[in-house]
Design a protein around this ligand. Sequence first.
Ligand code: GLU
Length: 479
Amino acid sequence: MEKRLRLAPSPTGLFHIGTARTALFNWLYAKKTNGKFLIRIEDTDFLRSKSEYTKNILEGLKWLGLEWDEEPVQQSNRISIHKNYIKKLLESGVAYRCFTSEEEIIELREEQKEKGLPPKHDNRHRNLSKKEIEAFISQGRTSVIRFKIDEKIEIIWEDKIRGEMKWQGKDLGGDLVLSRRACGYEIGDPLYNLAVVVDDNFMNITHVVRGEDHISNTAKQILIYRALDFKLPIFSHTPLILNNEGKKLSKRDCVTSIDEFRDMGYLPDALANYMSFLGWSPKNPENEILSLIDISKIFDLSDINKSGAKFNWEKLNWINAQYIKKMESSKLCEIIKKYWDKMGWESPSSDWDLKLTTLLKDSMVLLKDAIDQSKPFFTLPQIQKEGQEFLKNQECKESLKYILEHLRQENIVKLDKDNGKAIINKISKEHSIKKGIVMKALRVAFFGCLSGPDLLQSWELFSENKSDLLRIERCFKLP
Ligand code: GLU
């Protein structure tokens, strides 16, 4: 049977890294099994749902390469269908009208709090007679529809990630509310647990893969599946993504939306590659730099870890750097040139553009590094703090002094790979200064800092009008 998986995001915020990773696990399993990856936009929270968030989520999925196989289903279009199923549950007697007012619910909560009990509805209207219902309605009371939950029932399912899961009916908070409040005999707008079951059944979903925060919902939903005589899907609950302190990654951790990752200069393939290993690892880990299609071949839901996955920026950065390195230079050049355009930097020729791109490829971690790392090739960069500190070192400053003297003596105005290398060797040898120090001193003079692309290869690309001597001379004018 065809495997059908789905992502069911609520468009109440920007596309979040946690949702993206859930999408990825669903997509990988669908691809692995030649199945289908589908989207359902759960937009029934009318106050918080926004069409711009739907757009953001769909664009983010596309950017990551997680294309879906059928037209996305919009949950809000199916409200009347959800209501029909609620009606069915009412008619069969497994659901009922509950008239408990908001004030009464608060009262009940307070009582329970005082006794140190968890919040739980007392199912007070489970067995109302027709007359009692009529009386409540004529008093103008509104009602929700509640689904009966047997206190004694034990709900058991085999989770693909967690193995056998057990949940007790008595721990589900009392009879489950299926719809919002409505007047008279109306049925209010359906709520998540009912809508999700009806829609997953409608979309013929065979595997539900979602975050572990939905485990208790799964227990409730299984009861609705049974009551409606729907075929149960296979459930998998993925671990949370954690921050450095081991807490759930949240907005407080600065970067959480996929847009932010894109704007910081992460490549979609690199981010998707990294996210695949966030809570999952293959049985035989060999290479971690893999395309999504290659990952899908070795991916299995049962290899996803049960415990939380720590977000590791260093690893993500390392993977991004690998992707930049292996990117075709002409493609990378197009991206980098957009950054130059934004900065108003004009390059001498397309040949030069490509050469500089090829050079930067090995030292870039993020795409936006292209700005800082190409700046010294367009302007005279300021000597940054770390560079200034380094130049305070006696040997460092001396090596620049000797280099300057030599350049003046020999009338050299432009350094290149060959004369540069010869000068570094000569100064190091004659004055017993380690080559590394001489190189670093020159790096500070040319780049203003201690990082950046290969120095020897860089020289031929520095523009003629910014004299190489000037770059060195200014190091002596520092405070
Ligand atoms: N709309 C729910 C959410 O975003 C979907 C959960 C599910 O996959 O069932 O958390």
